[in-house]
Design a protein around this ligand. Structure first.
Ligand SMILES: C[C@](O)(CO)[C@H](O)COP(=O)(O)OP(=O)(O)OC[C@H]1O[C@@H](n2ccc(N)nc2=O)[C@H](O)[C@@H]1O
Ligand SMILES: Nc1ncnc2c1ncn2[C@@H]1O[C@H](COP(=O)(O)OP(=O)(O)OP(=O)(O)O)[C@@H](O)[C@H]1O
Length: 279
C-alpha cells in the first residue's frame, strides 16, 4: 500500500503562555499543503522502517517506528510491517514532515490491520507522539489550541498557491520555544480575523492576517531567513510568513504564474524551493 504524507504550514501561530508542564499554550491555524512524502507499507514478519534521506534516522528513533510500536501497544496487535519513507518534504524545516509521517502510519495501519479505530482514537494515539501529529489525521484547515492537539476543523480554505523556500539550515523546535520571551511579543496574530477570512473565502484577508510569533526567535537569530521573507514579499507575493519554528518561509499567491516567477527568482538564498498549493 502506498499513501501520501503531506506537509503543513502555519497561517497563524500565537503563543499565549508557558504551561506548568513546560510546553507552551498555543493558538494556531494549520493548513495542509500538497507537498508530500510517499510512504510504502509492505507485509513483513518483523518491524522495519527505512528512509534513504541522510538526516532521517532508520529504525527505532524514526517517528514512524514509534508510531507502529504505539499502535501495537494500544491495540494489542502483534504483527510486523516493513515501511519505506520516500522523503520529499524538507527535514527539520517547520513543515511537520516527521509528524505527518507518523500520522500517516497510524492511518495506514488502521486500514491494513483492520483496527477499526475512529478519528478521535487515532488523534489520541497521535498526540502521544508529538504536538503536531494529531492535525495530520484529518488535515485540511484546522484551528489548534492547547499544546496544538485540541483541534477544530475550519471550512475548506480557498485555493492559494504556495511558494516554499527553505534556507540551508535546520532549526530545533525545542530551542525556538525555549528562546521565546513571551513578554516581548508586541504583535499577536489576529486569529479571529484570519478565521473570518477563511470562512468568507477571502484570499486577500488570508494574506493580510498571516502571523507567527516564533519569527521573533528564528528571524532574529538567522538574518538569512528574514532576508528571504522580505525578498518573497518584494517579488510580489500577496503575503509571506515563516512556517512553524522555521526556517522555511512561504509566500502565498493567487496566480500560479506569480508563484513560479518568485520561485525562479529566489536564487542562492534558499537551498530548496517548491511551488505547491493548499489542500
Ligand atoms: C512549531 C509547531 O510545529 C507549529 O505547528 C509545533 O508547535 C511543534 O510541534 P512538534 O514539533 O510536533 O512538537 P513536539 O515534538 O511535541 O515538541 C518539541 C518541543 O517543542 C516544544 N513545544 C512544542 C509544542 C508546544 N505547544 N510547546 C512547546 O514548548 C517543547 O519544548 C518540545 O520539547
Ligand atoms: N519520519 C521522519 N521524517 C523526518 N524526520 C524525522 C522522522 N523521524 C524522525 N525524524 C527526526 O525528527 C527531526 C525533525 O524533523 P521534521 O522534518 O519532522 O521537523 P519539522 O518539520 O521542523 O517538525 P515540526 O514542524 O513538527 O516541528 C529530524 O531532525 C529527524 O532527525
Amino acid at each position: 500500500m502506498k499513501l501520501k504524507s503531506r506537509a503543513k504550514i502555519n497561517l497563524t501561530l500565537d503563543v499565549l503562555y508557558k504551561r506548568e508542564d513546560g510546553y507552551h499554550e498555543v493558538k494556531m491555524i494549520m493548513q495542509e499543503i500538497e507537498l508530500a512524502d510517499n510512504i510504502y507499507f509492505r507485509k513483513c514478519d518483523q518491524l522495519k522502517v527505512n528512509c534513504l534521506h541522510p538526516f532521517v534516522p532508520n529504525g527505532s528513533s524514526n517517528l514512524v517506528y514509534k508510531a507502529v510500536e504505539l499502535v501495537k501497544r494500544k491495540t494489542g496487535v502483534n504483527k510486523g510491517i516493513s515501511i519505506e519513507i520516500e522523503k520529499k518534504i524538507p527535514v527539520a524545516a517547520g513543515l511537520g514532515g516527521g509528524s505527518s509521517n507518523a500520522a500517516t502510519t497510524i492511518l495506514g495501519l488502521n486500514k491494513l490491520w483492520n483496527l477499526g479505530l475512529n478519528v478521535k482514537q487515532m488523534e489520541s494515539i497521535a498526540g502521544e507522539l508529538g504536538a503536531d501529529v494529531p492535525f495530520f489525521i484529518q488535515g485540511g484547515t484546522q484551528l489548534a489550541t492547547g499544546t496544538g492537539k485540541d483541534l477544530t476543523i475550519i471550512n475548506k480554505a480557498p485555493a492559494l498557491w504556495v511558494v516554499l523556500a527553505k534556507p540551508n539550515l535546520g532549526v530545533s523546535t525545542k530551542e525556538v520555544y525555549q528562546n521565546l520571551s513571551i513578554g516581548n511579543i508586541s504583535n499577536h496574530p489576529d486569529t479571529s480575523n484570519m478565521l473570518n477570512a477563511i470562512r468568507q473565502q477571502d484570499k486577500k484577508g488570508i494574506c493580510t492576517y498571516l502571523g507567527n510569533v516564533l519569527e521573533l526567535v528564528t528571524l532574529h537569530r538567522y538574518s538569512n531567513v528574514k532576508i528571504l521573507k522580505n525578498k518573497i514579499c518584494e517579488m510580489g507575493a500577496n503575503g509571506a510568513l515563516m512556517s512553524g519554528s522555521g526556517p522555511t518561509v512561504f509566500g502565498l499567491c493567487e496566480e500560479y504564474e506569480k508563484a513560479i516567477q518568485i520561485a525562479k527568482g529566489l536564487g542562492p538564498l534558499s537551498e530548496e524551493v517548491f511551488v505547491t498549493k493548499f489542500v
